[in-house]
Design a protein around this ligand. Structure first.
Ligand code: NAD
Length: 499
């Protein structure tokens, strides 16, 4: 659904739900106070008391009871789907408020929230509502008196942990399929960007989702996330965030279960450009978007350009001129192309990686600095040339608007450079040759390969997820639904002969 723009907004005028959403109520946690800031101007958005281990216990036991009382897992599948569709409709009706709430405490410009994040989240809830009655089991060859089949059952209570960079979309891609499949969910969004998830949860109850089935706990990884992950009644953990935190969560799932976990982790995604491209302007747009969208704070940010020598200089010239046309600004302005960096800590992290990079010291084509604007922290779009594979800018995920460039002569060299030893989330290949495109798509070790494009469309049906240290366990599409179901084999024993 397309939402209509109502222009810039005043962040002071947006109602913010402060607290955690437990058993259908907005309440303050029992933990310490947590200040949540607006990255666009550094001002306080609000203060909440964090949900601690006691609140995790309350949310998980409430979810367990809600599952039993509501019979959610055993409802007629289409009845669950109907509630999901009602929920999506309410999200559509409240789209402007939800878009503003999301933009307020995150780095997502209002236009992106209104045109992508909120409609795609509503659509995802609708989409997974449609999956409720589409999942089938199998029947197996067996001896005559035996009938052997499988059915799919929900896990029970799913613990979902999501990051700050595209807050609501990356949370919805967990709670929507998990709930549609018949589970309850306890979500811990990033402590920097929790508000939109709470607003979504409130509307879920209004749409008919039994209270207690979807809880949102606000707090840090240590105070809230850790007790959630290790809770013995959490049967599945779905995580999106950094590779380092993912390693810790997988260890915690092993020691407290073992329990299954899905990990959507970091990336260092290349865009590979061959010199046969027919429309260099289109490629320049893809490279520019790849490094500047959300100011590079995207897991699939196109942070590496691997470009064939014949076209490298011209392409970089075009990218440079496009970078000058992108406006930085607060998330509440309609004209913002490059939003603020989420926090001062993240800004310093970007600067730290650049300072460790020999290539950045010697070979920065443009940018390299951060600056303040109306109280927010911003980063110049930065291009560093001829980054060797031994350099920090090649090995580290920067999570900022920084492009590392490598040049090559022939196909094999290009693909060798594109391959990353650690990450394998996405890659783009730009070429006019269908043979090169096919060969590259098959050879690149990444969970998604875009040909002559960069980035996902609003379509939610194609699976997404990384290879290597970018994680495992897909989100979106059919696979993103199936993972919230476990398979049970049932053997019916009859008599050998019936009279
Ligand atoms: P992060 O790992 O710091 O935090 C992610 C979430 O985990 C937050 O909610 C945080 O509070 C929580 N957390 C931290 N420690 C925890 C613990 N011990 N137990 C439980 N929860 C804990 O990541 P971030 O800075 O919020 O997000 C940026 C990272 O996310 C980047 O590395 C980015 O590439 C990655 N990311 C990946 C994808 C993907 O689909 N692959 C999508 C978006 C972001």
């Amino acid at each position: 659904m397309k939402y209509i723009s109502t222009g810039d907004f005043n962040p002071e005028a947006v109602e913010i739900p402060l607290g955690s959403f437990i058993n259908g109520e907005l309440i303050q946690g029992a933990g310490d106070e947590l200040d949540i800031f607006r990255p666009s101007d550094g001002k306080l958005a609000g203060t909440v008391r964090q949900a601690n281990a006691a609140d995790v216990e309350r949310a998980v036991s409430g979810a367990k009871q809600a599952l039993e009382v509501s019979n959610w897992a055993r409802l007629a599948p289409r009845a669950r789907g109907e509630i999901m569709r009602n929920w999506a409709r309410l999200l559509d009706e409240n789209a402007e408020y939800l878009s503003r709430l999301e933009a307020l405490s995150s780095s997502r410009p209002i236009k992106e929230c209104r045109d992508r994040d909120i409609p795609a989240s509503a659509d995802m809830i609708r989409y997974y509502g449609e999956w409720t009655d589409k999942m089938t089991g199998d029947t197996f060859a067996s001896a005559n008196a035996i009938f052997n089949t499988t059915i799919r059952e929900p896990y029970g209570i799913v613990g979902a942990i999501s990051p700050w960079n595209v807050p609501i979309l990356l949370a919805t891609v967990k709670f929507a399929p998990a709930l549609a499949a018949g589970n309850a969910v306890v979500l811990k969004p990033s402590e920097m960007t929790p508000f939109s998830a709470i607003a979504f949860a409130r509307l879920a109850v209004e749409a008919g989702l039994p209270a207690g089935l979807f809880n949102v706990l606000v707090g840090t990884g240590e105070v809230t996330g850790h007790p959630l992950v290790i809770h013995r009644d959490i049967s599945f953990v779905a995580f999106t965030g950094s590779t380092k935190t993912g390693q810790r969560i997988m260890t915690d799932c092993a020691l407290s279960g073992p329990k299954p976990v899905s990990l959507e982790l970091g990336g260092k995604s290349p865009q590979i450009v061959f010199d046969d491209v027919s429309d260099l302007d289109r490629v320049a747009n893809a490279i520019t978007a790849g490094m500047t969208r959300n100011s590079g704070q995207l897991c699939f940010c196109g942070s590496r350009l691997v470009v064939q020598n014949g076209v490298a200089d011209r392409l970089l010239e075009m990218v440079l001129s496009k970078l000058h046309t992108i406006r930085s600004g607060p998330t509440w302005s309609e004209t913002t192309g490059m939003p603020p960096i989420i926090s001062d800590l993240q800004r310093r992290r970007i600067l730290g990686i650049l300072s460790q990079s020999d290539a950045a010291v010697r070979n920065t084509l443009t940018g390299g600095n951060s600056y303040d604007l109306h109280g927010g922290k911003y980063f110049e779009p930065t291009i560093v040339m001829d980054v060797p594979t031994s350099d920090a800018l090649f090995s580290e995920e920067v999570f900022g608007p920084v492009l590392a460039v490598q040049r090559f002569d022939d196909f094999d060299e290009g693909l060798r450079l594109a391959d990353h030893p650690d990450y394998g989330l996405t890659a783009s290949v730009h070429t006019s040759s269908i043979d090169r495109a096919m060969a590259a798509a098959r050879r690149i070790e990444a969970g998604t390969v875009w040909i002559n494009n960069f980035g996902r469309t609003a379509d939610v049906s194609s699976p997404f997820g990384g290879f290597k240290r970018s994680g495992f366990g897909k989100e979106f599409g059919r696979e993103g639904y199936e993972k919230y179901l476990k398979t049970k084999a049932i053997w019916f024993q009859g008599v050998e002969t019936v009279q």
